[in-house]
Design a protein around this ligand. Structure first.
Ligand code: BES
Ligand code: MN
Ligand code: ZN
Length: 513
């Protein structure tokens, strides 16, 4: 899909989307469309239940007086609520409505609204982002698509007074959109195609953007003592891989931010095998690693002034004669031993070694892991928030703020010694499951045992948000790419802007209280 920024005015073909405010107040571009169509906009609103509430759509086909295929009215809600997020929903809703027809072009009219939160140029760029993200499709394996099922939309033009400024604002957002798409593609790939080695090979492709990429195989990981990660992959015929991605955009000696992703290319549960119903969704159990790879692509492509290391723990969890058994005891790279009670609690085994390696090898100031870790977080938070666990209040707050600003919400969950009781083992340092209660918390508490006390650490459980059963305003159902925008925002706001981490500054007023 091509994106262009053009001057306001009625287009001569395709679809035109205009915003309508709640209570039916027309935006300037809606007024212009109303005038050009002899009042069709006002009449359509009067004759329908459309009120201009956010994301409502009223589609006027072949309006008289203009050459348009359709005039699409999109609710913007209250003027004071119009922000980047709302404009992304506007772009997404318009692209969906346009897609119902067979037009190749869609024009999004973006007005300067006095009460809006940002300039019209920035709002216009976000409208484009919404249209782009919502139009994502994964059609790689369709060979018999009927012509009428194929997408027709080729160009989205955003009409805004300051088209030049809008185009400049779009540049970094286009890189973000492509990073999200890269992540969604990885998550959507089936596990027969995307083995750990195939994933590593794709990650290697990030070298073309200036990312340093190293891939460790089982031999190297054995040498490093990664008995916990390797145990998960030992039942699979496919070799486990650890991918190290390095973007050095900051000062040479500046400690990096490390992002660690769970990359279970398929999670059958292993010997503690999962039930058949829905097991196919476990091809998405590498979403944390896919988000990490997408994030590094974005940071490198926009030459972010920051040092970031991405660690992908890539394995396949399969049952076989070689698979680990319930009751096995493994020794992690940290030296701590783990009794494997349930081979389906494999993500924490992978992360235990990936987290430890990240800290040993790179001495990061901050470590953030992303993982489709627990079914329990889906029960607790559903698909509206990812679960956030952190040993550092300022990092947790920064993540919550970043999430709210990009529409990838996180909800903080507790950690605490009280939960340690649940993962005590009779014969090893810990066991890998804590029973039915507080499943997401015991998983996080387990991970924390592999985090050094001096490391600021956050764990984001994305099991409920990585793969959407329902479409979102800016995503079709399926792979969401949740986390790419969140961490991109966090890094831009907290680690890139100031030479000193925002942590020190923000903590100061608190300490005075
Ligand atoms: N990959 C799953 C968690 C998951 C569930 C991801 C649903 C996406 C959607 C994870 O490896 C797992 O199986 N967790 C178990 C842990 C249990 C055995 C302690 C779970 O949540 O049931
Ligand atoms: Mn599992
Ligand atoms: Zn898993």
């Amino acid at each position: 899909m091509k994106v262009a920024f053009v001057q306001p005015g009625l287009p001569k073909s395709g679809c035109l989307a205009v915003g309508v405010l709640e209570t039916g107040a027309l935006t300037p571009s809606a007024k212009a469309a109303d005038a050009a169509t002899g009042g069709a906009v006002s009449r359509a609103i009067a004759a329908s239940r459309f009120t201009g509430k956010a994301e409502q759509v009223l589609d006027i086909v072949a309006p008289a007086g203009v050459d348009l295929d359709r005039l699409i009215l999109v609710g913007l809600g209250k003027a004071a609520e119009v922000d980047a997020r709302r404009m992304e929903a506007f772009g997404g809703a318009a692209a969906m409505a346009a897609g119902k027809g067979k037009s190749a072009e869609l024009t999004l009219a973006v007005d300067a609204l006095a009460e809006a939160h940002s300039s019209a140029a920035l709002l216009a760029a976000h409208a484009a982002l919404g249209a782009r993200l919502k139009s994502y499709r994964f059609d790689l394996y369709r060979t018999k698509q009927k012509a009428e099922d194929k997408p027709t939309l080729k160009t989205v033009s955003v009409a805004v007074t300051d088209a030049k400024a809008a185009k400049a604002a779009w540049q970094p957002l286009e890189i973000v959109a492509e990073g999200v798409e890269f992540t969604r593609n990885l998550v959507s790939e089936p596990a027969n195609v995307l083995s750990p080695a195939a994933f590593a090979k794709i990650a290697k492709g990030l070298e073309k953007y200036g990312v340093e990429v190293d891939v460790l195989g089982e031999k190297e990981m054995t040498k490093l003592g990664m008995g916990s990660l390797l145990a998960v992959g030992q039942g699979s015929d496919r070799e486990s891989q650890l991918v190290i991605l390095r973007w050095q955009g900051g000062a040479k000696d500046d400690a990096p931010v490390a992002v660690v992703g769970k990359g279970v290319c398929f999670d059958s549960g292993g010997i503690s095998i999962k039930p058949a119903a829905g097991m196919e969704e476990m091809k998405t159990d590498m979403s944390g690693a896919a988000v990490t790879a997408g994030l590094l692509q974005v940071l490198a492509r926009r030459k972010a002034k920051v040092n970031v290391v991405g660690i992908l723990g890539l394995v396949e969890n399969m049952p076989s004669g070689m698979a680990q058994r319930p009751g096995d005891v493994v020794t992690s790279m940290s030296g701590q031993t783990i009794e494997v009670i349930n081979t389906d609690a494999e993500g924490r085994l992978v992360l235990a070694d990936a987290l430890w390696y990240a800290q040993e090898a790179f001495k990061p100031k901050t470590v953030i892991d992303l993982a489709t870790l627990t079914g329990a977080i889906v029960i607790a938070l559903g698909a509206d928030h990812a679960g956030l666990f952190a040993n550092d209040d300022s990092l947790a707050k920064a993540l919550a703020d970043a999430g709210a600003s990009v529409g990838e919400a996180v909800w903080r969950m507790p950690l605490g010694e009280a939960y340690d009781e649940l993962i005590k083992s009779d014969i090893a340092d810990m066991k890998n499951t804590g029973g039915r209660e507080a499943g997401s918390i015991t998983a996080a508490q387990f991970l924390q045992r592999f985090v050094k006390p001096e490391t600021a650490w956050a764990h984001i459980d994305i099991a409920g948000v990585a793969w959407m059963k329902k479409a979102l305003p800016t995503a079709p159902k399926g792979a969401s790419g949740f986390g790419v925008r969140l961490l991109e925002r966090l890094i831009a706001d907290r680690y890139e802007a100031a030479p000193l981490p925002a942590k020190a500054k923000k903590a100061a007023p608190k300490a005075k209280k």
